[in-house]
Structures are given as C-alpha cells and as structure tokens.
Design a binder for this molecule. Structure first.
Ligand SMILES: NC(=O)c1ccc[n+]([C@@H]2O[C@H](COP(=O)([O-])OP(=O)(O)OC[C@H]3O[C@@H](n4cnc5c(N)ncnc54)[C@H](O)[C@@H]3O)[C@@H](O)[C@H]2O)c1
Ligand SMILES: [Zn+2]
Length: 377
C-alpha cells in the first residue's frame, strides 16, 4: 500500500512594535498572552540586556501583577533567568538546555509561554530550546537590538552554531508573537546600534530601492541615532523581511533561492573564521560589499550602484573589509559550507541593480580574490 496525502498548516506571525513594554498601562504583552485558562510564563534575559536594565525582571513581574490586579488573565510568572548574551549563547547547547530544564521544572506546557528578551543570538538559542521542549511551547520574542528588530526576530528560524559552522543545528518554527520595544535600543553601543542597519541595506538592495534611498540620504542621522528615522527604517526592514517569509511561499526554505541571504555566504564564514569576534551585522556589511564588487567584475551590476551601496555602508560606519578576507582559500570554503547548509545546488544571490537581484550557481575564485583586493584599497 502507498499512502500519499498533501496537507496545509495555517501559520501566523504577529509583530508588535511598542514603547516601554513593561509600563503598567501598556497592553501589548497582555494582549498576546492572556488566556482564561491562566497559563504560566518563564522569562530568559540576555546578560547584556540585564546589565543595562538590571530591574527588568522586577518590571516584568510588576507588569504582570498590575495587569492581573485589574482582572486580566495574564500568565503566572514562574521564573526569570539571565542567559549568556551575544554569540556565546549560540556557541554551546547550554542556553538551549537551560530553557528545556526550566520548561520541565516549572510545568510549562504547550499552551504556556517562554519569553525571550535579547539580541538575535539569545532569541535564536532560547527559541531552539522552546521549540524542542514538548515539541514546541509558545515563544514570545522580545528583540532588543536593531538587528534583532529589523531582521532576526522576524524570521521563523532558530539555531545554534556547531562544528565551527554557523547555525548548523536548528529548526524552523513560528513564534507565538514578536514584541519590539524601541526603548531597549538606547542602551546599545554605537557599534551594536549601527550594525543592524546592514540587514536594512541588504533588504533595501534586494526589494525596495526607496528604502535604500532613505538609508543613503539619512546615514548621518542614523549614525547620530536619530530615533525617528532609525525606527522608520527598522520598521520598514522588519516589514519587508516578514513579507518575504509570509508571502514568499517558501517560509521553510525548501526552494533553491534564498535571497535574504544576500551577502551571507562570506559573512557566515568570516564570523566562524574570527571565532565569532566579528558581529553578524558587521560581517553582513563586508559580505554585501564583497558580493557587490564581484557582481561588478562579472558585469552584472553597474559600478555606480555598487559605489552607492559601499559608500552607504561606510557612511553608516560599517566595515567593508577585514584582514581575514585575505585568507582566500579558507574564505572560499564558505561557499561549499553555504551550499551544504541549503542543500542542492549552490545558489548565491547577487544584485543586478539596486532593487533587483538574480541567482548564480558558481563563483569564480579568481574574481572573488580580485574583489577582495579591491575592497582592501
Ligand atoms: N533567526 C534568524 O532568522 C536570524 C536572522 C538574522 C540574524 N540572526 C542571528 O542573530 C545574531 C546577531 O544578533 P544581534 O545583532 O542582535 O547581536 P547579539 O545577539 O550577538 O547581541 C549583541 C550584543 O548586544 C547585547 N545586547 C543586546 N541587547 C542589548 C541592549 N538592549 N542593551 C545593551 N546590550 C544589549 C548582547 O548581550 C550582546 O553582547 C546572529 O547570531 C545571527 O546569526 C538570526
Ligand atoms: Zn543576517
């Protein structure tokens, strides 16, 4: 007997931008987790966030207490735990195991909540734990960096690094909700703040020339951390990332093309080559610059477009070069690792112009080397 059925699963990704999420009057968090069956919640806080906001656990507890007092069926807060922030969260299974252990200890069932508050790395690692425990409990992501708000938290992926490879272990799963509180951004360093804009440049180059123009024209305001323009760009980038996932009909990446990974083959390799000293956002800026130089040399992208993109990255104080790029043989191994991660044929997204991309299935090593050299000047 052969049985063969197709079926569909309806998924939903909710993203809510807000300000001061734990002020007692703010209804955002309560609106996504109230349940007449009185659920439970456990919270994991990025150590960097905790250092900058030491009262955050207390504020969360007070918030839920205040909402409960006015009769709202908010979940009961069972635990707040601080976890390693930054890429360290993804470089071992520890954070993931912390989440599973707490899920067990505090009786978190599939209808209760895991709240992850942090940068993209903590969201990825806590998210993996939340998707493994009971085959998935409800995850609420609270991104606290520009990059997590304009890209990482919008995705339906989580994961950790393994075997020296970025995101080797992970799953696809859709969070219960994403809540972005822009006030968290005030405590980022300038480098942390700016590096998230490389993903906005990326998505603008791929899908929305007007977003790219906005970034290009306002780079100095972004560098000055003007909240109005910065948030407008972060929100537009978030929307484009989410639309790609929700409307691109390939949320779980079964097709060949992965346009959102423009600039990422070299970025991921540089991150692991530097043992994650290079931040993801910085690595993406370098990867974009490299693939622009390459596309120009392959006569795919006009020089003027490449110049504008690289100038914009530089105006955002993002790097477009790193000494590790000179280790060409090792860098090029990133292409095969990238292919292996995606499966099937090699598929690299390159630009034809700002706003238009295409796929190539091989890259010429000598041209990559020439592109690296050009960036060094
Ligand atoms: N799942 C996805 O679809 C997806 C997409 C893009 C990127 N990512 C991943 O996201 C990670 C990068 O995320 P990131 O750029 O947010 O960096 P990050 O998570 O490494 O955080 C950078 C640093 O900022 C600190 N921090 C975070 N929020 C803070 C705050 N509000 N105030 C003070 N310090 C704070 C952290 O402790 C850390 O030291 C990478 O691992 C990348 O692979 C995942
Ligand atoms: Zn990225």
């Amino acid at each position: 007997m052969t049985l063969d059925r197709s079926f569909q699963v309806q998924l939903r990704q909710r993203v809510l931008f807000t300000q001061d999420v734990f002020s007692p009057e703010n209804t955002t968090l309560a609106s996504v987790c109230c349940d007449t069956l009185q659920r439970r919640v456990i919270a994991f806080i990025d150590s960097g966030v905790h250092q900058a906001h030491p009262d955050i656990g207390e504020r969360l507890a007070n918030y839920l207490g205040a909402r409960a007092k006015i009769g709202e069926p908010v979940p009961e807060l069972k635990m707040v735990e601080v976890v390693s922030g930054g890429e360290e969260a993804k470089n071992s299974i520890d954070v993931c195991e912390q989440v599973m252990a707490a899920t067990d200890r505090y009786g978190i069932d599939r209808k209760s909540f895991v709240l992850a508050i942090g940068g993209g790395a903590v969201l990825d690692a806590v998210g993996l734990g939340a998707t493994l425990a009971h085959r998935g409990v409800r995850l609420i992501r609270m991104p606290t960096t520009t990059l997590a708000m304009d890209d990482a938290a919008m995705g339906v992926k989580n994961g950790i690094n393994k075997f020296g490879k970025k995101n080797f272990s992970g799953t696809f799963s859709v969070p219960w909700a994403v809540i972005a509180d822009e006030q968290f951004l005030t405590t980022l360093t300038d480098q942390q703040f700016l590096c998230g804009f490389s993903e906005a440049v990326k998505i603008g180059c791929l899908k929305d020339p007007s977003l790219f123009n906005l970034i290009e024209q306002n780079a100095s305001k972004i560098v000055a951390r003007d909240p109005l323009i910065s948030m407008a760009i972060i929100k537009r980038s978030a929307e484009l990332h989410l639309d790609h996932i929700a409307q691109g009909s390939d949320a779980f990446e079964t097709n060949e093309a992965r346009p959102l990974d423009f600039g990422h083959w070299a970025a991921h390799k540089l991150e692991s080559m530097s043992t994650y000293e290079i931040a993801h956002g910085d690595a993406v800026a370098i990867g974009i610059a490299l693939d622009c130089e390459y596309a120009v040399r392959m006569k795919m992208l006009p020089q003027a477009d490449s110049n504008r993109i690289i100038a914009s990255l530089k105006a955002l104080r993002l790097p477009t070069w790193h000494p590790l790029l000179s280790q060409i043989d090792q860098l090029l191994r990133g292409l095969e690792e990238f292919r292996e991660h995606l499966g099937g044929r090699m598929n690299i997204t390159l630009l034809k112009s700002i706003g238009e991309s295409t796929e190539v299935h091989q890259m010429d090593s000598a041209v990559v080397a020439a592109s690296v050299k050009a960036l060094a000047h």
